[in-house]
Design a binder for this molecule. Structure first.
Ligand code: DGT
Ligand code: CA
Ligand code: CA
Ligand code: ZN
Length: 584
Protein backbone atom coordinates (compact mmCIF):
# COMPACT_ATOMS: atom_id res chain seq x y z
CA UNK A 1 0.00 0.00 0.00
CA UNK A 2 1.10 3.56 -0.63
CA UNK A 3 1.41 6.04 2.20
CA UNK A 4 -1.89 7.69 1.28
CA UNK A 5 -3.73 4.38 1.23
CA UNK A 6 -2.25 3.54 4.63
CA UNK A 7 -3.24 6.99 5.94
CA UNK A 8 -6.79 6.35 4.79
CA UNK A 9 -6.92 3.07 6.69
CA UNK A 10 -5.60 4.77 9.84
CA UNK A 11 -8.30 7.44 9.54
CA UNK A 12 -10.93 4.77 9.11
CA UNK A 13 -9.64 3.00 12.21
CA UNK A 14 -9.94 6.26 14.15
CA UNK A 15 -13.56 6.67 13.05
CA UNK A 16 -14.42 3.09 13.94
CA UNK A 17 -12.77 3.43 17.35
CA UNK A 18 -14.80 6.58 17.92
CA UNK A 19 -17.97 4.68 17.00
CA UNK A 20 -17.02 2.17 19.67
CA UNK A 21 -16.39 4.93 22.19
CA UNK A 22 -12.71 4.10 22.66
CA UNK A 23 -10.23 6.22 24.56
CA UNK A 24 -9.76 9.63 22.80
CA UNK A 25 -5.96 9.40 23.10
CA UNK A 26 -5.97 6.18 21.15
CA UNK A 27 -8.16 7.76 18.48
CA UNK A 28 -5.94 10.79 18.25
CA UNK A 29 -2.90 8.55 17.82
CA UNK A 30 -4.35 7.07 14.60
CA UNK A 31 -5.38 10.44 13.19
CA UNK A 32 -1.98 11.84 14.15
CA UNK A 33 -0.29 8.88 12.47
CA UNK A 34 -2.21 9.56 9.27
CA UNK A 35 -1.05 13.21 9.31
CA UNK A 36 2.56 12.14 9.85
CA UNK A 37 2.41 9.69 6.94
CA UNK A 38 1.05 12.36 4.65
CA UNK A 39 3.90 14.68 5.46
CA UNK A 40 6.50 12.00 4.60
CA UNK A 41 7.66 11.37 1.06
CA UNK A 42 6.81 7.88 -0.22
CA UNK A 43 10.46 6.80 -0.53
CA UNK A 44 11.20 8.21 2.92
CA UNK A 45 8.48 5.96 4.32
CA UNK A 46 9.87 2.96 2.48
CA UNK A 47 13.36 3.62 3.81
CA UNK A 48 12.09 3.98 7.38
CA UNK A 49 10.20 0.71 7.13
CA UNK A 50 13.17 -1.10 5.61
CA UNK A 51 15.46 0.22 8.37
CA UNK A 52 12.82 -0.53 11.03
CA UNK A 53 13.11 3.08 12.14
CA UNK A 54 9.51 4.14 11.66
CA UNK A 55 8.85 4.34 15.40
CA UNK A 56 11.64 6.88 15.78
CA UNK A 57 9.39 9.44 14.06
CA UNK A 58 7.51 11.78 16.36
CA UNK A 59 3.85 10.80 16.52
CA UNK A 60 4.38 7.12 15.62
CA UNK A 61 4.70 4.63 18.46
CA UNK A 62 5.84 1.02 18.25
CA UNK A 63 2.34 -0.43 17.88
CA UNK A 64 1.41 2.01 15.13
CA UNK A 65 4.71 1.45 13.33
CA UNK A 66 4.04 -2.28 13.32
CA UNK A 67 0.56 -1.76 11.84
CA UNK A 68 1.85 0.63 9.18
CA UNK A 69 4.52 -1.90 8.26
CA UNK A 70 1.92 -4.67 7.96
CA UNK A 71 -0.27 -2.52 5.72
CA UNK A 72 2.69 -1.48 3.63
CA UNK A 73 3.91 -5.01 2.94
CA UNK A 74 0.70 -7.08 2.89
CA UNK A 75 -1.94 -4.47 2.03
CA UNK A 76 -4.01 -5.82 4.93
CA UNK A 77 -4.30 -5.46 8.68
CA UNK A 78 -5.78 -8.13 10.90
CA UNK A 79 -6.62 -5.61 13.64
CA UNK A 80 -8.58 -3.49 11.15
CA UNK A 81 -10.55 -6.45 9.78
CA UNK A 82 -11.53 -7.56 13.30
CA UNK A 83 -12.48 -4.02 14.25
CA UNK A 84 -14.74 -3.69 11.22
CA UNK A 85 -16.39 -7.02 11.97
CA UNK A 86 -17.12 -5.96 15.56
CA UNK A 87 -19.33 -3.00 14.57
CA UNK A 88 -22.91 -3.17 13.28
CA UNK A 89 -22.80 -2.41 9.53
CA UNK A 90 -25.77 -0.06 9.95
CA UNK A 91 -23.69 2.23 12.17
CA UNK A 92 -20.89 2.40 9.61
CA UNK A 93 -23.48 3.14 6.91
CA UNK A 94 -24.74 6.09 8.97
CA UNK A 95 -21.38 7.80 8.52
CA UNK A 96 -22.50 8.54 4.95
CA UNK A 97 -25.38 10.69 6.16
CA UNK A 98 -24.36 14.36 6.03
CA UNK A 99 -24.30 15.86 9.52
CA UNK A 100 -23.66 12.56 11.27
CA UNK A 101 -20.22 11.88 12.68
CA UNK A 102 -18.99 9.05 14.86
CA UNK A 103 -19.84 10.85 18.12
CA UNK A 104 -23.46 11.48 17.16
CA UNK A 105 -23.94 7.98 15.80
CA UNK A 106 -22.63 6.55 19.04
CA UNK A 107 -25.12 8.68 21.00
CA UNK A 108 -27.98 7.57 18.74
CA UNK A 109 -26.94 3.95 19.16
CA UNK A 110 -26.60 4.10 22.95
CA UNK A 111 -29.53 6.32 23.82
CA UNK A 112 -32.06 5.09 21.25
CA UNK A 113 -30.83 1.57 20.66
CA UNK A 114 -30.82 2.21 16.90
CA UNK A 115 -28.23 0.44 14.74
CA UNK A 116 -29.88 0.40 11.31
CA UNK A 117 -30.67 3.11 8.79
CA UNK A 118 -34.40 2.30 8.77
CA UNK A 119 -34.51 2.59 12.55
CA UNK A 120 -32.80 5.96 12.38
CA UNK A 121 -35.31 7.25 9.81
CA UNK A 122 -38.12 6.12 12.10
CA UNK A 123 -36.51 7.76 15.14
CA UNK A 124 -36.35 11.05 13.18
CA UNK A 125 -39.99 10.71 12.15
CA UNK A 126 -41.00 10.12 15.81
CA UNK A 127 -39.02 13.14 16.96
CA UNK A 128 -36.82 11.00 19.22
CA UNK A 129 -33.58 12.25 17.67
CA UNK A 130 -34.45 15.90 18.37
CA UNK A 131 -34.86 15.04 22.03
CA UNK A 132 -31.26 13.85 22.42
CA UNK A 133 -28.76 16.17 24.07
CA UNK A 134 -26.81 18.08 21.39
CA UNK A 135 -29.25 17.37 18.53
CA UNK A 136 -32.43 19.51 18.32
CA UNK A 137 -35.13 19.79 15.69
CA UNK A 138 -32.88 21.36 13.07
CA UNK A 139 -30.28 18.61 13.09
CA UNK A 140 -33.03 15.97 13.18
CA UNK A 141 -34.48 17.44 9.98
CA UNK A 142 -31.04 17.52 8.39
CA UNK A 143 -30.48 13.86 9.21
CA UNK A 144 -33.93 12.90 7.89
CA UNK A 145 -33.21 14.79 4.67
CA UNK A 146 -29.83 13.10 4.36
CA UNK A 147 -31.46 9.68 4.63
CA UNK A 148 -34.11 10.61 2.03
CA UNK A 149 -31.42 11.87 -0.37
CA UNK A 150 -29.43 8.69 0.13
CA UNK A 151 -32.41 6.61 -0.92
CA UNK A 152 -33.16 8.77 -3.94
CA UNK A 153 -29.51 8.86 -4.97
CA UNK A 154 -28.80 5.26 -4.06
CA UNK A 155 -29.90 4.05 -7.44
CA UNK A 156 -27.17 5.95 -9.29
CA UNK A 157 -23.40 5.81 -9.15
CA UNK A 158 -20.58 8.25 -9.81
CA UNK A 159 -19.24 8.02 -13.35
CA UNK A 160 -15.70 7.75 -12.02
CA UNK A 161 -16.46 4.74 -9.83
CA UNK A 162 -18.55 3.00 -12.50
CA UNK A 163 -15.74 3.56 -14.97
CA UNK A 164 -13.22 2.01 -12.59
CA UNK A 165 -15.38 -1.13 -12.51
CA UNK A 166 -16.16 -1.15 -16.24
CA UNK A 167 -12.72 -0.51 -17.73
CA UNK A 168 -11.08 -3.79 -16.66
CA UNK A 169 -14.21 -5.72 -17.67
CA UNK A 170 -14.08 -4.30 -21.21
CA UNK A 171 -10.38 -5.21 -21.33
CA UNK A 172 -11.20 -8.71 -20.06
CA UNK A 173 -13.94 -9.18 -22.64
CA UNK A 174 -11.57 -8.15 -25.43
CA UNK A 175 -9.11 -10.82 -24.31
CA UNK A 176 -11.64 -13.62 -24.81
CA UNK A 177 -11.03 -15.65 -27.95
CA UNK A 178 -14.75 -15.61 -28.81
CA UNK A 179 -14.99 -11.81 -28.67
CA UNK A 180 -14.42 -9.70 -31.77
CA UNK A 181 -15.44 -6.33 -30.35
CA UNK A 182 -16.38 -5.10 -26.88
CA UNK A 183 -17.33 -1.70 -25.55
CA UNK A 184 -19.13 -0.08 -22.64
CA UNK A 185 -22.09 1.93 -23.95
CA UNK A 186 -24.93 3.86 -22.26
CA UNK A 187 -24.48 6.83 -19.97
CA UNK A 188 -20.99 5.62 -19.07
CA UNK A 189 -19.80 6.04 -22.65
CA UNK A 190 -21.55 9.39 -22.84
CA UNK A 191 -19.58 10.53 -19.80
CA UNK A 192 -22.62 11.45 -17.71
CA UNK A 193 -21.77 12.65 -14.20
CA UNK A 194 -23.69 9.73 -12.73
CA UNK A 195 -24.58 6.35 -14.18
CA UNK A 196 -27.69 4.24 -13.55
CA UNK A 197 -26.27 1.01 -14.87
CA UNK A 198 -23.43 -0.02 -17.15
CA UNK A 199 -24.25 -1.43 -20.60
CA UNK A 200 -21.67 -3.72 -22.18
CA UNK A 201 -21.97 -4.55 -25.87
CA UNK A 202 -20.03 -7.44 -27.39
CA UNK A 203 -19.75 -8.59 -30.98
CA UNK A 204 -19.37 -12.40 -31.08
CA UNK A 205 -20.86 -15.34 -32.93
CA UNK A 206 -20.57 -17.65 -29.90
CA UNK A 207 -22.23 -15.86 -26.96
CA UNK A 208 -22.26 -18.85 -24.56
CA UNK A 209 -18.69 -18.66 -23.21
CA UNK A 210 -18.84 -14.84 -23.11
CA UNK A 211 -21.93 -14.95 -20.87
CA UNK A 212 -20.34 -17.58 -18.66
CA UNK A 213 -17.20 -15.49 -18.22
CA UNK A 214 -19.17 -12.33 -17.42
CA UNK A 215 -21.56 -13.91 -14.93
CA UNK A 216 -18.68 -15.71 -13.26
CA UNK A 217 -16.61 -12.58 -12.58
CA UNK A 218 -15.48 -12.53 -8.93
CA UNK A 219 -16.82 -8.99 -8.46
CA UNK A 220 -20.33 -10.13 -9.48
CA UNK A 221 -22.42 -10.51 -6.32
CA UNK A 222 -25.66 -11.56 -7.98
CA UNK A 223 -26.79 -12.58 -11.47
CA UNK A 224 -30.22 -10.99 -11.74
CA UNK A 225 -31.04 -12.28 -15.24
CA UNK A 226 -29.30 -14.74 -17.47
CA UNK A 227 -30.19 -15.40 -21.07
CA UNK A 228 -28.43 -16.63 -24.18
CA UNK A 229 -27.49 -13.20 -25.48
CA UNK A 230 -28.34 -10.88 -22.60
CA UNK A 231 -27.52 -11.00 -18.88
CA UNK A 232 -27.77 -8.59 -15.98
CA UNK A 233 -25.60 -8.63 -12.87
CA UNK A 234 -25.06 -6.67 -9.66
CA UNK A 235 -21.62 -5.83 -8.27
CA UNK A 236 -20.72 -5.44 -4.60
CA UNK A 237 -21.14 -1.66 -4.68
CA UNK A 238 -24.77 -2.09 -5.80
CA UNK A 239 -23.86 -1.07 -9.35
CA UNK A 240 -25.71 -3.12 -11.95
CA UNK A 241 -24.62 -4.01 -15.47
CA UNK A 242 -26.17 -5.47 -18.61
CA UNK A 243 -24.22 -7.45 -21.17
CA UNK A 244 -25.60 -7.88 -24.67
CA UNK A 245 -23.89 -10.12 -27.18
CA UNK A 246 -24.75 -9.49 -30.83
CA UNK A 247 -23.48 -11.00 -34.10
CA UNK A 248 -20.32 -9.15 -35.20
CA UNK A 249 -22.10 -7.62 -38.20
CA UNK A 250 -24.61 -5.97 -35.89
CA UNK A 251 -22.05 -4.65 -33.39
CA UNK A 252 -21.74 -1.07 -34.65
CA UNK A 253 -25.51 -0.61 -34.83
CA UNK A 254 -26.02 -2.07 -31.34
CA UNK A 255 -23.20 0.03 -29.95
CA UNK A 256 -24.78 3.17 -31.30
CA UNK A 257 -28.26 2.22 -30.12
CA UNK A 258 -27.25 1.31 -26.58
CA UNK A 259 -25.00 4.33 -26.23
CA UNK A 260 -28.13 6.45 -26.54
CA UNK A 261 -29.35 8.67 -25.16
CA UNK A 262 -32.98 7.85 -25.85
CA UNK A 263 -33.60 11.37 -27.13
CA UNK A 264 -30.57 11.15 -29.36
CA UNK A 265 -31.80 7.85 -30.79
CA UNK A 266 -35.17 9.39 -31.57
CA UNK A 267 -33.49 12.22 -33.49
CA UNK A 268 -31.23 9.78 -35.37
CA UNK A 269 -34.15 7.59 -36.39
CA UNK A 270 -35.92 10.71 -37.61
CA UNK A 271 -32.88 11.64 -39.69
CA UNK A 272 -32.83 8.15 -41.22
CA UNK A 273 -36.55 8.27 -42.01
CA UNK A 274 -36.12 11.58 -43.83
CA UNK A 275 -33.70 9.70 -46.06
CA UNK A 276 -36.05 6.76 -46.59
CA UNK A 277 -34.27 4.47 -44.15
CA UNK A 278 -35.13 2.82 -40.86
CA UNK A 279 -32.47 2.78 -38.13
CA UNK A 280 -32.48 0.41 -35.17
CA UNK A 281 -30.15 -1.68 -33.03
CA UNK A 282 -30.33 -4.34 -35.80
CA UNK A 283 -29.29 -2.26 -38.74
CA UNK A 284 -30.08 0.43 -41.27
CA UNK A 285 -32.68 -0.89 -43.73
CA UNK A 286 -35.02 0.59 -46.36
CA UNK A 287 -38.08 2.09 -44.68
CA UNK A 288 -40.30 0.72 -47.47
CA UNK A 289 -40.89 -2.99 -48.07
CA UNK A 290 -42.17 -6.03 -46.21
CA UNK A 291 -41.69 -6.72 -42.54
CA UNK A 292 -40.19 -5.03 -39.51
CA UNK A 293 -36.68 -3.59 -39.31
CA UNK A 294 -35.41 -6.65 -37.45
CA UNK A 295 -36.71 -9.08 -40.09
CA UNK A 296 -35.30 -6.99 -42.90
CA UNK A 297 -31.93 -6.89 -41.19
CA UNK A 298 -32.05 -10.67 -40.71
CA UNK A 299 -32.79 -11.10 -44.40
CA UNK A 300 -29.60 -9.18 -45.11
CA UNK A 301 -31.23 -5.95 -46.26
CA UNK A 302 -29.19 -3.73 -43.92
CA UNK A 303 -26.43 -1.45 -45.05
CA UNK A 304 -23.14 -3.04 -43.95
CA UNK A 305 -20.86 -0.99 -41.70
CA UNK A 306 -17.79 -2.14 -39.82
CA UNK A 307 -17.66 0.61 -37.25
CA UNK A 308 -19.85 3.26 -35.74
CA UNK A 309 -18.28 6.14 -37.67
CA UNK A 310 -19.61 4.68 -40.93
CA UNK A 311 -23.16 4.96 -39.64
CA UNK A 312 -22.76 8.71 -39.49
CA UNK A 313 -21.38 8.78 -43.03
CA UNK A 314 -24.35 6.74 -44.21
CA UNK A 315 -26.68 9.39 -42.80
CA UNK A 316 -24.66 12.25 -44.29
CA UNK A 317 -23.53 13.45 -40.88
CA UNK A 318 -20.26 14.27 -39.16
CA UNK A 319 -19.45 11.80 -36.37
CA UNK A 320 -20.77 13.07 -33.05
CA UNK A 321 -18.70 12.06 -30.01
CA UNK A 322 -20.75 10.07 -27.45
CA UNK A 323 -20.51 12.87 -24.87
CA UNK A 324 -22.68 15.08 -27.09
CA UNK A 325 -25.41 12.54 -27.73
CA UNK A 326 -27.98 13.95 -25.35
CA UNK A 327 -30.64 14.84 -27.90
CA UNK A 328 -29.86 18.53 -27.62
CA UNK A 329 -29.61 19.49 -31.27
CA UNK A 330 -26.41 17.56 -32.02
CA UNK A 331 -27.83 16.14 -35.26
CA UNK A 332 -28.32 19.66 -36.62
CA UNK A 333 -24.73 20.50 -35.70
CA UNK A 334 -23.52 17.28 -37.36
CA UNK A 335 -25.48 18.11 -40.51
CA UNK A 336 -23.91 21.56 -40.85
CA UNK A 337 -20.67 21.85 -42.76
CA UNK A 338 -18.64 23.15 -39.83
CA UNK A 339 -18.47 20.58 -37.07
CA UNK A 340 -16.49 22.10 -34.20
CA UNK A 341 -13.47 20.43 -32.66
CA UNK A 342 -14.35 20.02 -29.01
CA UNK A 343 -11.77 20.08 -26.23
CA UNK A 344 -9.76 16.89 -25.63
CA UNK A 345 -7.69 15.71 -22.71
CA UNK A 346 -4.47 16.34 -24.63
CA UNK A 347 -5.33 20.05 -24.94
CA UNK A 348 -4.70 20.63 -21.24
CA UNK A 349 -1.28 22.04 -20.40
CA UNK A 350 -1.68 22.31 -16.65
CA UNK A 351 -4.27 22.74 -13.92
CA UNK A 352 -5.20 25.14 -11.14
CA UNK A 353 -6.83 24.64 -7.74
CA UNK A 354 -4.91 21.86 -6.04
CA UNK A 355 -4.31 21.22 -2.36
CA UNK A 356 -1.24 20.07 -0.44
CA UNK A 357 -0.56 18.88 3.09
CA UNK A 358 -0.39 22.56 4.08
CA UNK A 359 -4.21 22.42 4.30
CA UNK A 360 -6.26 19.25 3.74
CA UNK A 361 -4.30 17.61 0.92
CA UNK A 362 -2.53 14.28 1.28
CA UNK A 363 0.64 15.03 -0.65
CA UNK A 364 3.35 17.60 -0.14
CA UNK A 365 4.07 20.49 -2.46
CA UNK A 366 7.12 18.65 -3.83
CA UNK A 367 5.14 15.48 -4.46
CA UNK A 368 2.42 17.40 -6.26
CA UNK A 369 5.04 19.17 -8.38
CA UNK A 370 6.63 15.82 -9.25
CA UNK A 371 3.23 14.33 -10.14
CA UNK A 372 2.46 17.28 -12.43
CA UNK A 373 5.83 16.89 -14.18
CA UNK A 374 5.19 13.16 -14.65
CA UNK A 375 1.98 14.11 -16.44
CA UNK A 376 3.93 16.45 -18.69
CA UNK A 377 2.14 19.54 -17.42
CA UNK A 378 3.70 22.95 -18.03
CA UNK A 379 2.21 24.39 -14.86
CA UNK A 380 0.41 23.49 -11.67
CA UNK A 381 -1.60 25.89 -9.55
CA UNK A 382 -1.56 25.32 -5.80
CA UNK A 383 -4.56 26.72 -3.92
CA UNK A 384 -4.76 25.56 -0.33
CA UNK A 385 -7.65 26.60 1.91
CA UNK A 386 -7.67 29.89 3.81
CA UNK A 387 -8.02 30.28 7.56
CA UNK A 388 -11.83 30.47 7.74
CA UNK A 389 -11.86 26.83 6.57
CA UNK A 390 -10.42 25.77 9.91
CA UNK A 391 -11.91 22.27 9.49
CA UNK A 392 -9.63 21.87 6.46
CA UNK A 393 -6.60 23.30 8.29
CA UNK A 394 -6.79 26.53 6.25
CA UNK A 395 -3.71 28.74 6.07
CA UNK A 396 -3.52 32.09 7.84
CA UNK A 397 -1.66 35.10 6.37
CA UNK A 398 1.69 34.04 7.76
CA UNK A 399 1.47 30.48 6.45
CA UNK A 400 0.24 31.48 3.02
CA UNK A 401 3.09 33.97 2.59
CA UNK A 402 5.52 31.30 3.73
CA UNK A 403 4.04 29.01 1.05
CA UNK A 404 4.50 31.72 -1.58
CA UNK A 405 8.18 31.86 -0.60
CA UNK A 406 8.49 28.05 -0.64
CA UNK A 407 6.98 27.90 -4.12
CA UNK A 408 9.29 30.63 -5.38
CA UNK A 409 12.23 28.62 -4.07
CA UNK A 410 10.93 25.43 -5.63
CA UNK A 411 10.55 27.12 -9.02
CA UNK A 412 14.00 28.66 -8.78
CA UNK A 413 15.50 25.28 -7.83
CA UNK A 414 14.51 23.86 -11.22
CA UNK A 415 14.02 20.32 -9.91
CA UNK A 416 10.71 19.93 -11.77
CA UNK A 417 9.80 20.64 -15.35
CA UNK A 418 6.45 22.06 -14.15
CA UNK A 419 6.13 25.69 -13.12
CA UNK A 420 4.16 26.13 -9.88
CA UNK A 421 1.74 29.01 -9.43
CA UNK A 422 1.09 30.07 -5.86
CA UNK A 423 -2.54 30.68 -5.15
CA UNK A 424 -5.17 30.27 -2.50
CA UNK A 425 -8.66 28.84 -2.38
CA UNK A 426 -9.87 31.75 -0.33
CA UNK A 427 -13.16 31.48 1.53
CA UNK A 428 -15.95 33.80 0.48
CA UNK A 429 -17.19 35.01 3.86
CA UNK A 430 -20.93 35.15 4.53
CA UNK A 431 -21.22 38.77 3.33
CA UNK A 432 -19.09 38.30 0.22
CA UNK A 433 -15.87 39.71 1.63
CA UNK A 434 -12.84 37.46 1.30
CA UNK A 435 -10.91 35.71 4.02
CA UNK A 436 -7.68 37.55 3.07
CA UNK A 437 -7.11 41.28 2.64
CA UNK A 438 -6.39 42.70 -0.81
CA UNK A 439 -2.83 43.27 0.32
CA UNK A 440 -2.28 39.55 0.92
CA UNK A 441 -4.18 38.51 -2.22
CA UNK A 442 -1.98 40.83 -4.29
CA UNK A 443 1.05 38.73 -3.38
CA UNK A 444 -0.40 35.56 -4.89
CA UNK A 445 -0.14 34.49 -8.53
CA UNK A 446 -3.87 33.73 -8.66
CA UNK A 447 -6.91 33.38 -6.43
CA UNK A 448 -9.79 30.88 -6.41
CA UNK A 449 -12.73 32.15 -4.35
CA UNK A 450 -15.14 29.55 -2.95
CA UNK A 451 -18.09 29.22 -0.58
CA UNK A 452 -17.52 26.67 2.16
CA UNK A 453 -20.03 27.62 4.87
CA UNK A 454 -23.48 29.12 5.54
CA UNK A 455 -25.00 27.03 2.73
CA UNK A 456 -28.52 27.76 3.95
CA UNK A 457 -28.53 31.47 3.08
CA UNK A 458 -31.42 32.69 0.95
CA UNK A 459 -30.93 32.68 -2.82
CA UNK A 460 -30.76 36.47 -2.77
CA UNK A 461 -28.08 36.56 -0.06
CA UNK A 462 -26.02 33.79 -1.64
CA UNK A 463 -26.17 35.39 -5.09
CA UNK A 464 -25.08 38.80 -3.74
CA UNK A 465 -22.39 37.14 -1.67
CA UNK A 466 -20.86 35.32 -4.66
CA UNK A 467 -21.19 38.28 -7.01
CA UNK A 468 -19.35 40.49 -4.56
CA UNK A 469 -16.45 38.02 -4.61
CA UNK A 470 -16.57 37.74 -8.41
CA UNK A 471 -16.28 41.54 -8.61
CA UNK A 472 -13.14 41.63 -6.50
CA UNK A 473 -10.30 42.38 -8.95
CA UNK A 474 -7.97 40.01 -7.07
CA UNK A 475 -10.21 37.02 -7.72
CA UNK A 476 -9.01 35.08 -10.76
CA UNK A 477 -11.68 32.42 -10.66
CA UNK A 478 -14.79 31.31 -8.84
CA UNK A 479 -14.52 27.81 -7.30
CA UNK A 480 -17.30 25.15 -7.42
CA UNK A 481 -20.09 27.72 -7.95
CA UNK A 482 -23.01 25.70 -6.55
CA UNK A 483 -21.32 23.63 -3.85
CA UNK A 484 -23.12 20.47 -4.91
CA UNK A 485 -21.69 17.09 -4.02
CA UNK A 486 -23.13 14.52 -6.40
CA UNK A 487 -25.36 11.88 -4.81
CA UNK A 488 -24.77 13.47 -1.44
CA UNK A 489 -25.51 17.15 -1.12
CA UNK A 490 -27.77 19.43 -3.13
CA UNK A 491 -26.46 22.72 -4.49
CA UNK A 492 -27.07 25.76 -2.34
CA UNK A 493 -29.65 28.19 -3.71
CA UNK A 494 -28.04 30.68 -6.05
CA UNK A 495 -29.08 32.56 -9.19
CA UNK A 496 -26.46 31.16 -11.54
CA UNK A 497 -27.52 33.26 -14.51
CA UNK A 498 -26.71 36.40 -12.52
CA UNK A 499 -23.41 34.97 -11.29
CA UNK A 500 -22.42 34.09 -14.86
CA UNK A 501 -23.32 37.60 -16.03
CA UNK A 502 -21.17 39.10 -13.28
CA UNK A 503 -18.26 36.79 -14.13
CA UNK A 504 -18.39 37.79 -17.80
CA UNK A 505 -18.66 41.50 -16.95
CA UNK A 506 -15.69 41.32 -14.56
CA UNK A 507 -13.62 38.93 -16.68
CA UNK A 508 -13.54 36.44 -13.83
CA UNK A 509 -13.05 32.80 -14.79
CA UNK A 510 -15.52 30.19 -13.51
CA UNK A 511 -14.09 26.80 -12.75
CA UNK A 512 -15.42 23.51 -13.96
CA UNK A 513 -14.47 21.67 -10.82
CA UNK A 514 -13.37 18.28 -12.19
CA UNK A 515 -13.65 16.34 -8.98
CA UNK A 516 -15.92 13.40 -9.92
CA UNK A 517 -18.05 14.28 -6.89
CA UNK A 518 -18.65 17.86 -8.01
CA UNK A 519 -18.41 18.59 -11.78
CA UNK A 520 -19.51 22.09 -10.88
CA UNK A 521 -20.38 24.33 -12.82
CA UNK A 522 -22.65 21.71 -14.40
CA UNK A 523 -22.11 20.95 -18.10
CA UNK A 524 -25.61 22.09 -19.03
CA UNK A 525 -24.63 25.74 -18.48
CA UNK A 526 -21.40 25.87 -20.39
CA UNK A 527 -22.24 26.15 -24.08
CA UNK A 528 -24.40 29.27 -23.69
CA UNK A 529 -22.10 30.87 -21.12
CA UNK A 530 -18.99 30.28 -23.23
CA UNK A 531 -20.67 31.71 -26.32
CA UNK A 532 -21.26 34.85 -24.28
CA UNK A 533 -17.59 35.06 -23.38
CA UNK A 534 -17.24 33.19 -20.09
CA UNK A 535 -13.80 31.64 -19.67
CA UNK A 536 -13.64 28.17 -18.09
CA UNK A 537 -10.85 26.53 -16.11
CA UNK A 538 -10.94 22.74 -15.69
CA UNK A 539 -9.70 22.38 -12.12
CA UNK A 540 -9.03 18.98 -10.55
CA UNK A 541 -9.35 20.26 -6.94
CA UNK A 542 -6.83 17.47 -6.26
CA UNK A 543 -6.25 16.55 -2.64
CA UNK A 544 -3.54 14.06 -3.59
CA UNK A 545 -1.36 13.28 -6.62
CA UNK A 546 -3.82 10.77 -8.07
CA UNK A 547 -6.52 13.45 -7.89
CA UNK A 548 -4.80 15.29 -10.74
CA UNK A 549 -6.17 12.61 -13.06
CA UNK A 550 -9.69 13.80 -12.25
CA UNK A 551 -9.26 16.34 -15.05
CA UNK A 552 -10.48 13.44 -17.23
CA UNK A 553 -13.92 13.72 -15.61
CA UNK A 554 -13.79 17.47 -16.21
CA UNK A 555 -13.00 16.88 -19.88
CA UNK A 556 -16.10 14.67 -20.18
CA UNK A 557 -18.24 17.43 -18.70
CA UNK A 558 -16.58 20.11 -20.84
CA UNK A 559 -17.24 18.08 -24.00
CA UNK A 560 -20.86 17.63 -22.96
CA UNK A 561 -20.94 21.40 -22.51
CA UNK A 562 -19.49 21.69 -26.06
CA UNK A 563 -16.48 23.67 -24.97
CA UNK A 564 -13.61 24.11 -27.38
CA UNK A 565 -9.97 24.46 -26.35
CA UNK A 566 -10.04 28.26 -26.61
CA UNK A 567 -12.87 28.44 -24.04
CA UNK A 568 -10.66 26.81 -21.41
CA UNK A 569 -7.94 28.76 -19.61
CA UNK A 570 -5.68 25.82 -18.79
CA UNK A 571 -5.22 24.91 -22.45
CA UNK A 572 -3.03 28.01 -22.76
CA UNK A 573 0.73 27.84 -22.87
CA UNK A 574 2.68 28.77 -19.74
CA UNK A 575 3.83 32.12 -21.13
CA UNK A 576 0.26 33.09 -22.05
CA UNK A 577 -1.01 32.12 -18.61
CA UNK A 578 1.77 34.15 -17.00
CA UNK A 579 0.91 37.15 -19.16
CA UNK A 580 -2.79 36.84 -18.30
CA UNK A 581 -2.19 36.54 -14.57
CA UNK A 582 0.39 39.32 -14.66
CA UNK A 583 -2.09 41.73 -16.20
CA UNK A 584 -4.72 41.15 -13.53
P1 DGT B 1 -28.58 5.29 -17.14
O1 DGT B 1 -28.26 3.84 -17.20
O2 DGT B 1 -29.86 5.59 -16.47
O3 DGT B 1 -27.49 6.11 -16.59
O4 DGT B 1 -28.80 5.82 -18.64
P2 DGT B 1 -28.54 5.09 -20.04
O5 DGT B 1 -28.56 6.15 -21.07
O6 DGT B 1 -27.32 4.22 -19.97
O7 DGT B 1 -29.86 4.25 -20.24
P3 DGT B 1 -30.17 2.68 -20.25
O8 DGT B 1 -29.14 1.90 -19.52
O9 DGT B 1 -31.57 2.55 -19.80
O10 DGT B 1 -30.15 2.30 -21.79
C1 DGT B 1 -28.97 2.40 -22.55
C2 DGT B 1 -29.28 3.01 -23.87
O11 DGT B 1 -30.10 2.15 -24.62
C3 DGT B 1 -30.05 4.31 -23.81
O12 DGT B 1 -29.21 5.43 -23.63
C4 DGT B 1 -30.72 4.32 -25.16
C5 DGT B 1 -31.00 2.88 -25.43
N1 DGT B 1 -32.38 2.57 -25.03
C6 DGT B 1 -32.77 1.85 -23.98
N2 DGT B 1 -34.10 1.77 -23.92
C7 DGT B 1 -34.57 2.47 -24.96
C8 DGT B 1 -35.87 2.79 -25.47
O13 DGT B 1 -36.90 2.39 -24.92
N3 DGT B 1 -35.93 3.57 -26.60
C9 DGT B 1 -34.82 4.03 -27.20
N4 DGT B 1 -34.92 4.80 -28.28
N5 DGT B 1 -33.60 3.75 -26.77
C10 DGT B 1 -33.47 2.99 -25.67
CA1 CA C 1 -27.04 2.49 -18.54
CA1 CA D 1 -29.06 -0.60 -19.02
ZN1 ZN E 1 -13.36 24.15 -2.11
Amino acid sequence: MTKNEIAEVLEEIAVLLELKGENPFKIRAYNGGARVLESLEQDELERLIADEKLDSIKGIGTALAQKIGELHTTGQLDFFEKLKASIAPGLVEMLDVPGLGAKKIKAIHEKLGVDMMAGLAQACADGRVAGLAGFGAKSQEKIAEGIRNREAYGKRHLWWKANEVARPIVAGLRELAEVERAEAAGSLRRGMETVGDVDFIVGSSTPGPVMAWFCGLPEVKEVTARGETKSSVRFGSGLQADLRVVPPAQFAFALHHFTGSKDHNVAMRQRALERGQSLSEWGLVPAEGDGMAKEKAERGESVIITDEAELWEQLGLAWVPPALREGMGEIEVAASTQFPRFIEATDLRGAFHNHTTASDGRNTLAEMAAAASERGWEYLGIADHSKASFQANGLDEERVLKQVADIRKLNAGGAYSTHIFSGSEVDILTDGRLDFSDEILAQLDYVVASVHNAFSQSEEEMTQRIIRAVENPHVTMLGHPTGRVLLRREAYKVDLAKVIDAAIANETIIELNASPWRLDLDWRWWQKAAERGLLCSINPDAHECAGLDHVAAGINAARKGRLEAHNVFNTRALADVQAYLGKR
